[in-house]
Design a protein around this ligand. Structure first.
Ligand SMILES: CC(C)(COP(=O)(O)OP(=O)(O)OC[C@H]1O[C@@H](n2cnc3c(N)ncnc32)[C@H](O)[C@@H]1OP(=O)(O)O)[C@@H](O)C(=O)NCCC(=O)NCCS
Length: 157
């Protein structure tokens, strides 16, 4: 797949909600927790996705390939997450391209100076990706799963 053209669009349509539900439920409960923490219940339903605010759809060459979310804004920080790429299309650079574009989009807001996210220790590939694009660990918790909070500050990429 050609990955030159990545588009990140505010919102998600019903068909694409259904894709997220299918990709997730086929992989099981642990996979849901891997990308959504405890915030969503297994099995995932389209209705639960309706409640996610500021969710963005990722398209590559007009094909829906995943989602990412601005979970919340805290002062001059935006916390992101719920980052999921179609499991059949991972490992080809889509995640990295998306993340770089999403960071640029968020930092266009002059009131935002940093971006944070959480990642489980066992999700080594995702953590490596975040480090590659410039995130650094700021906090480690274990309740009970080891989890990192990572941050990127504006102008430090
Ligand atoms: C995490 C995720 C969004 C990344 O998207 P992706 O398209 O697979 O990532 P990319 O192919 O762009 O990989 C980017 C980099 O991360 C690294 N990476 C990605 N997955 C990796 C893995 N499983 N092991 C080691 N490194 C990995 C690669 O080194 C790659 O760097 P390179 O392009 O310089 O080689 C995707 O794998 C996914 O949806 N995972 C399941 C859901 C999830 O865990 N979400 C994150 C929750 S915090």
């Amino acid at each position: 797949m050609e990955i030159e053209n990545i588009e990140i669009i505010d919102g998600i349509n019903d068909n694409n909600k259904n894709d997220i539900v299918k990709w997730t439920n086929e992989k099981g409960r642990n996979f849901l927790e891997q990308w959504a923490g405890k915030s969503l219940d297994f099995p995932l339903t389209e209705n639960q996705i309706d409640y996610l605010k500021d969710i963005y759809s990722i398209f590559c060459e007009n094909e829906f390939v995943g989602i990412i979310q601005k979970i919340r804004k805290e002062m001059d920080n935006v916390h992101i997450g719920r980052f999921l790429i179609n499991p059949e299309l991972t490992g080809r650079g889509l995640g990295k391209r998306t993340l770089i574009e999403f960071i640029n989009l968020i930092f266009q807001d002059e009131n935002v100076n940093s971006i944070t996210l959480n990642v489980f220790d066992y999700n080594a590939g995702a953590k490596k990706l975040y480090e590659k694009v410039g995130f650094e660990v700021v906090n480690v918790t274990e309740n009970p799963m080891k989890k990192y909070m990572m941050i990127m500050k504006k102008g430090e990429k």
